[in-house]
Design a protein around this ligand. Structure first.
Ligand code: G16
Ligand code: MG
Length: 556
């Protein structure tokens, strides 16, 4: 819709005020060019000023562009000033530790964050080069920092960037030390960001201290110790960091733990923020792991592993014993395998996942008499699972995120997850078995828990709100021909709708990191007469039908 003249005048005035305050000549030019194209550029301008970025599932995230609703030097300066002001007001002492990935703008945003911190009198420690998000999360705990910032947009398209914020032990408390922020801290920091005055008056200090390699060395040493010291290590692994920052640290951790050097997809090995060989650098997206699978195939690998570009997620592909083709395991499958592995190793304590993940972990914990909890989406919630009675020992989410060592890194960690999957696969291989055999065992014991995700990417966020409204106004009363036995709406706490039948479950929510609506599907199919393959077949058919029904209901 075209903006009315008065709206347009107002928008123009706001844009001009922002432009005058913007410290970066490049984004000033960018905004000036948009203003010069008014009124044609009104929709673009309105979107850039639709509101400030807010802390979503995993920090601030948005397109690299000028204006308050984008990632740029002005927004980062404001965010950093708000954060350090809030830390001081809350009485947190100690350094701010800052990491960055290899995207466009990341290093500059990290350095600016350091300058704002030192300008406010707080020491700033900068990671020495683009490194995985879990290394930053580790550093926050390990260096007893007041807080941490990771400049990354993870798996988002190349045009995006983002800002993840972590708190140290002083403000994060026992479960939140080194974890990403949750309410009320996030809202408090947002309020402090909004209260930042003219950017020209934000004092900038020196660039901060660049940390040495000892931090990464310590991370790698402790990562390698997450797995048992002397299990089998004979395993051939193909790996890709998807043009992100994972390769060096993952390779170091694998060799330190006694594995051979993984084969790395050559043209995806080095950090490159333009992600030239993939359309989306997200291992969840179709096609993203094609080159990895080709490498695994040509080298006769036992296992294929991908990290997302900031290496906090871990995707695993295996050869399907039936078809011989490589298949990506779902996050829920890897989550169940890792949990089962830890349980067999005798790790007792709280196991946790999210409401959008499979219900298999709940069933495993019930059968094995272990405490279990589930939280809202995002690792910021998972690491705070439970009521404090039992310490968290394992957390995972269906979006390929796993935390196998919550005292090492209080966030998901694609490096330690990869190591633990490799430990499991090598142990099974030594017995002449595979990860899929273990999945079959779990299915035989608990039934096939088949999950899938139906996700729709939009350009107009209003379409997502409309679809959520539609599902609330006309909630399906039956799915797969069975009555919906419970329909839960988690508003106002969370924008989530959960539908259940006797054997199926659908959770619908907007993504907090991308312009996507997501529906998480699960069907539980009992295994009859030990025939896992037949049960899998039925589950696959049911989930496909469920997907079609949900797509129709959402009408996106
Ligand atoms: O970007 P990453 O790898 O940190 O991953 C982030 O996004 C994922 C998807 O979230 P959403 O469904 O809201 O888009 C979350 O599951 C994850 O906890 C969060 O850290
Ligand atoms: Mg990530």
């Amino acid at each position: 819709m075209a903006a009315e003249p008065t709206d347009l005048d107002d928008l123009r005035a706001r844009a001009q005020r922002w432009l005058d305050d913007d410290p970066d000549p490049a984004s000033r030019d960018e905004l000036r060019a948009v203003l010069d194209r008014l009124p044609d550029s009104a929709p673009d301008l309105a979107d850039r000023f639709a509101g400030p970025l807010t802390f979503g599932t995993a920090g601030l995230r948005g397109p690299l562009r000028a204006g308050p609703n984008g990632m740029n030097l002005a927004v980062v300066t404001q965010a950093a000033a708000g954060l350090v002001g809030w830390l001081a007001a809350e009485g947190a002492t100690g350094p701010l530790v800052i990491g960055y990935d290899a995207r466009r703008g990341s290093k500059e945003f990290a350095e600016r964050t350091a300058e704002v911190a030192t300008g406010a009198g707080r020491p700033a420690l900068l990671l020495p080069r683009p490194l995985p998000t879990p290394v930053l999360a580790y550093a926050v705990r390990h260096l007893d920092a007041a807080a941490g910032v990771m400049v990354t947009a993870s798996h988002n398209p190349p045009e995006d960037n983002g800002y993840k914020v972590y708190l140290g032990a002083q403000l994060g408390g026992a479960t939140g030390a080194g974890a990403q922020i949750v309410p009320p801290a996030d809202r408090g920091i947002e309020a402090a960001i909004r209260a930042v005055g003219p950017l020209a008056e934000v004092p900038l200090g020196p660039a901060g201290q660049v940390l040495g390699d000892d931090l990464t060395v310590a991370y790698v040493r402790q990562a390698a110790e997450v797995i048992g010291p002397d299990g089998p290590r004979r395993l051939k692994v193909a790996y890709t960091p998807l043009h992100g920052v994972g390769a060096a640290v993952l390779t170091a951790a694998f060799t330190r733990a006694g594995f051979g050097v993984p084969g790395v997809v050559p043209d995806q090995a080095e950090p490159d923020g333009t992600f030239p060989t993939v359309s989306f650098p997200n291992p969840e997206e179709p096609g993203a792991v094609d080159r990895l699978v080709a490498l695994a195939e040509s080298t006769g690998a036992d296992l294929a592993i991908a990290n997302d570009p900031d290496a906090d997620r871990c995707a695993v592909a295996v050869r399907d014993p039936g078809t011989g083709a490589w298949r990506m395991l779902r996050g829920d499958e890897v989550g169940a395998l890792l949990a089962d592995h830890l349980m067999r190793r005798g790790v007792r304590g709280l196991y946790a996942t999210t409401i959008v993940s499979s219900s298999l972990l709940r069933a495993m914990c019930a059968a094995r008499d272990l405490p279990y909890d589930e939280t809202l989406t995002g690792f910021k919630w998972i690491v705070r699972a439970g009521d404090g009675t039992d310490p968290l020992v394992f957390g995972y989410e269906e979006a390929l995120g796993y935390c196998v060592a919550p005292d090492h890194v209080r966030d998901k960690d694609g490096i330690t997850a990869a190591l633990t999957v490799a430990e499991l696969a090598a142990g099974l291989k030594a017995e002449g078995r595979t990860l899929t055999d273990r999945l079959d065992e779990l299915a035989a014991e608990f039934g096939v828990h088949h999950t899938d995700q139906y996700a729709v990417r939009v350009t107009d966020l209003g379409l997502i709100a409309d679809a959520m409204a539609r599902i609330r106004a006309a909630t399906p009363t039956a799915l797969l021909g069975a009555p919906v036995t419970s329909a839960q709406d988690l508003l106002p706490g969370a924008d989530v709708v959960i539908l259940r039948t006797a054997t199926a479950r659908v959770v619908i929510r907007p993504s907090g990191t991308e312009p996507k609506l997501k529906a998480y599907l699960e069907v539980v199919e009992p295994v009859v007469d030990g025939d896992v393959a037949a049960a899998r077949g039925r589950a696959v058919t049911s989930v496909a039908a469920l997907r079609a029904e949900v797509a129709t209901a959402l009408a996106l």
